[in-house]
Design a protein around this ligand. Sequence first.
Ligand SMILES: CC(C)(COP(=O)(O)OP(=O)(O)OC[C@H]1O[C@@H](n2cnc3c(N)ncnc32)[C@H](O)[C@@H]1OP(=O)(O)O)[C@@H](O)C(=O)NCCC(=O)NCCS
Length: 149
Amino acid sequence: MTVTIRFATTAEVRPLRLEVLRADTTNKTVDFEGDDDATTRHLVAVNAHGEIVGVSTWLERDLDQQPHLRGLQLRGMATASSVQNQGIGALILAAGVDYALSLDADLIWANARDQALNFYNRNGFVTTGEGFIESVTRLPHHRVIKSLR
Ligand SMILES: CC(C)(COP(=O)(O)OP(=O)(O)OC[C@H]1O[C@@H](n2cnc3c(N)ncnc32)[C@H](O)[C@@H]1OP(=O)(O)O)[C@@H](O)C(=O)NCCC(=O)NCCS
C-alpha cells in the first residue's frame, strides 16, 4: 500500500488511537498529557483515499535518567489493524527520526508494549531496564531507546 506521511492535529490521531490502542482495554482514554503543547507533533500515514491509517505522537521530553541529552518521546504509535505488517509503522518511525534530527535531538524513547518490541528493535531501538505494567492498558511494557548520535 502506498501512503504519505504528514503532520496532523491531535483530533486527527485520536480515532485510530481509540480503535487500535484501546481495543481491548476498559480504560478508553486517548488523551495524552502534552498532546496540544506547541512543541508536540503528530505524524500520520495517509492512504490513497485520504484516510489516516497510521498515527504517532512526538513529545519534547527528556529521559529522566539522561536529562543532559535532548530527548523526544514517541507515544501513541499505531497502524490500522487491516494494514499492519506492510511497512507503514517503519515509514512513520523514519519520518519521526527525520523530525528528531531536525531538532538536533540526541535520542528517541518510548514505553513500548512487549508485543511490539520486535518492531522497535528492528527499527533501531534498544530495549532497556526492567519490564513494567503500564497503568492504562495493564499490559507489559519495556522502555526502548534509539540513539541518534
Ligand atoms: C506495532 C505497530 C505500530 C507496527 O506497525 P506496522 O505498520 O505493522 O509496522 P511494520 O509493518 O513496519 O512492521 C511490522 C512487522 O511487519 C513486517 N513487515 C514490514 N513490511 C512487510 C512486508 N512488506 N511484508 C511482510 N512483512 C512486513 C516487519 O518486519 C515487522 O515485523 P516485526 O514486528 O517482527 O519486526 C502495529 O503493529 C500496531 O499498531 N500494533 C498494535 C498497537 C501497538 O502495539 N502499538 C505499539 C504501542 S507501543
